[in-house]
Design a protein around this ligand. Structure first.
Ligand code: FAD
Length: 657
């Protein structure tokens, strides 16, 4: 049956007479306590709203929708019973829908085992504007992708990829908006992507930067520190742009005193983060910095516990650092597309022609065309979609004879983490018991972690494909925090007076697909200090990898949530200069690969993955891209023919303005 559907954004009034109306949840005018999440994009081709209330029902999300025709409508809601992978009973994400203040009785989001359209009931709506509200019942992460009102009792197409095409067509975005003419399109705005984009722009390239978060900086913007020494470089001027992107003082880059450094037992240096100094940039971004200071002191003035003050201050600083980063990139002329999720790649004769992304609030699509592309998504999304060879998980010993590799290859990888905090409160309230949350981790005296806040070892998705199953890994983290807190709050006296008050909902990822380049860096290269002619940026961190603890394997096999790092057992390294050939895809001629999806084995990722190091790799990519633009060549040609040019640029360092 040919469907006639109207997609309605918040407050948008339809001009047509229609018998079906679709409302995207993420476009609700007032989101109340619901948050926008994109981590199921690979499944449903959309973002969605989630009632992230830490067990306390959140405020309704409300919007106004115009109905061109009055009458009786059936309502279907696209939702997901998110605990279904682990628990067969009624799920916790219950919510209801109100239309013009009338509550539809159906409790949604508590059955089924995949994203699907659930029937909410029948409702009579008059012609004109109607108010729609999402009413959360539990605060335990109920989700709504879209609401579909239809006069015929028939659910929309169940297959989400097929439905996505229809969503787009009927949303009125007939063709993606063309963004063409870029010398370089960088996808992924973490530290790697930002450093790449800023470097290339400083050499005069026209650069587009695409990222799917609302803040630039990837993991850094979500709350991860930046490590990696910059004073042991083969090319001492590498790192200048990275300092700017990290808001650290460039003049301190080569000064060991400016780092928090510790010597290890064998005398090698272990680096901590370059100390950020926002005061280094008083030029065009000084107003932003003033705002950052105001925000922070405003928080400090409030009567909070020390740990809460730290958390709040860090959050403000991160947001302001992201704003400063954005200002620097804009000042250099980079065209920034934030909140845009790249999901489609068109190739021709082994080269990428365009990348298409969808805006996660408006649903609008953009097609980015360019001469060169950089995959800095961390998930290797662009390389994967272009058909590049990639690896995920641990290589076997046979692959590259790495001493630390397992005999058999497997899917073990580092996982994702999120900040969470519980604070002492005057009125801490209650929290359900372990028995009352049968879908959460069944924590006990032996298996619970007796802490009131996250730390790096809280980590899930250790055997999940973090690129395509981000929602699953993140949901497992929810189960861990809720199950653990249910145990502590109700069984450990010292936590009685605490309330679980903060948890992120976007996972910070450590490891995913790695795209294969002309050279795949291995543990042997690093420990044997193999010298390559194209040695470029320098890695100094140890080979630091994370695995589930034995206790976790015992109690939560397959869904572990606490890890140890190879700390103490890791391979300590001398500073090592990584070859340029790890920074472009071997089988997609115009694709650079930056950040944690560069061409390395799982073992070698353990050292290059820290942010200052990845920033410097980004600078090398930006320099190589400038050579490609100047000479009209491709990334491989820089190695084969123009290596001297690259070395010259690395020696000089990228322009600081
Ligand atoms: C909990 C945790 C603790 C860590 N601790 C440290 C530490 O102490 N020090 C340190 O230096 N490093 C640390 N790391 C490692 C470090 O954070 C990462 O290796 C680093 O951030 C990777 O940088 P990146 O730019 O490659 O990727 P990311 O920071 O992951 O950035 C990738 C960006 O691309 C975006 N993106 C992904 N897919 C798409 C798409 N399809 N379309 C558009 N955008 C997309 C992402 O949302 C993100 O913004 C830690 C990591 C984690 C998770």
């Amino acid at each position: 049956m040919k469907r006639c559907i109207l997609f309605v954004c918040a407050l948008l009034v339809s001009q047509w007479t229609m018998s079906q109306v679709l409302v995207e949840a993420e476009s609700f005018a007032e989101k109340g306590g619901w948050v926008t999440d994109h981590q199921a994009f690979e499944k449903i081709h959309s973002s969605y709203l989630m009632a992230h209330g830490l067990g306390r029902p959140v405020k309704d999300a409300v919007t106004s929708v115009s109905f061109a025709e009055g009458g009786k409508y059936h309502l279907y809601v696209s939702t997901y019973n998110w605990t279904a992978p682990w628990y067969k009973g009624k799920g916790p994400g219950a919510f209801q829908v109100l239309v013009n203040g009338r509550l539809l009785q159906a409790e949604l989001g508590v059955t089924g085992n995949q994203w699907e359209w659930q029937y909410a009931g029948e409702v009579t709506i008059g012609k004109g504007a109607a108010q729609i509200a999402l009413h959360d019942l539990t605060g335990f992460n109920g989700r709504v992708d879209a609401l579909y009102f239809t006069k015929v009792k028939e659910a929309p197409i169940a297959d989400y990829p097929t439905f996505a095409l229809e969503r787009l067509r009927l949303l009125g975005y007939k063709q993606p908006k063309q963004v063409s003419g870029a010398d370089l399109v960088v996808i992924g705005g973490g530290i790697a992507g930002c450093a790449t984009a800023l470097t290339a722009a400083r050499y005069g390239l026209s650069v587009v930067l695409v990222d799917n978060l609302p803040w630039l900086g990837g993991n850094h913007a979500l709350g991860v520190r930046a490590n990696g020494l910059m004073f042991e470089n083969l090319y001492p001027e590498l790192g200048n742009i990275t300092c700017q992107i990290l808001n650290a003082k460039v003049s301190d880059k080569n000064n060991p005193e400016a780092y928090f450094v510790r010597e290890n037992r064998t005398g090698y240096i272990r680096s901590y983060q370059p100390i950020p100094n926002l005061r280094d940039y008083m030029g065009p971004v000084s107003t932003l910095m003033q705002q950052a200071d105001d925000n922070v002191s405003m928080v400090e003035r409030r009567n909070l516990t020390r740990s809460e003050q730290n958390q709040n201050n860090n959050e403000y600083r991160r947001k302001q650092q992201a704003a400063i980063r954005k200002a620097l990139l804009e000042e250099a002329g980079v065209a920034i597309y934030q909140h845009v999720h790249a999901y489609k790649v068109v190739t021709e004769e082994g080269q990428i022609k365009s990348v298409t992304g969808k805006h996660l609030q408006s649903g609008e699509e953009f097609q980015f065309e360019g001469k060169l592309f950089v995959d800095c998504t961390g998930d290797g999304v662009i390389g994967y979609l272009a058909g590049a060879e990639y690896r995920i998980g641990r290589e076997s010993k046979a692959y590259a004879q790495e001493p630390s590799a397992p005999e058999q290859e497997d899917q073990k990888k580092m996982g994702m983490s999120m900040h969470w905090y519980a604070y002492p409160r005057e009125n801490p309230g209650t929290f359900p018991t372990v028995e009352e949350l049968p879908w959460a981790m069944p924590c006990t005296k032996e298996s619970a972690s007796k802490v009131s806040q996250w730390s790096w070892e809280w980590e899930t998705g250790l055997e999940v494909d973090n690129a395509t199953q981000a929602e699953l890994a993140r949901d497992n983290y929810f189960r861990a925090v809720f199950g653990n807190w249910a145990y502590l709050k109700n069984n450990e006296e010292r936590f009685n007076g605490y309330r679980l008050d903060y948890m992120q909902y976007i996972g910070m990822k450590r490891e995913s697909r790695r795209i294969m380049g002309d050279l795949v860096l291995t543990e042997n290269d690093i420990v044997n200090r193999v010298k390559y002619p194209d040695a470029s940026f320098t890695t100094t961190w140890t080979m630091d990898l994370h695995y589930a603890t034995a206790k976790q394997v015992k109690y939560f096999k397959g869904w572990e949530w606490l890890t140890y790092c190879t700390n103490g057992r890791e391979v300590w390294i001398d500073p090592y200069h990584v070859p340029y050939r790890c920074l472009y895809a071997k089988d997609i001629a115009n694709l650079f690969i930056g950040g944690r999806c560069m061409s390395v084995t799982h073992q070698a990722l353990g050292t290059v993955r820290v942010q200052a190091t990845l920033g410097m790799a980004g600078e090398v990519i930006g320099m190589a891209a400038s050579i490609c633009a100047k000479r009209g060549v491709l990334p491989r040609d820089v190695y084969q023919t123009y290596l001297k040019d690259l070395k010259k640029l690395m020696r000089a360092g990228a322009p600081l303005q």
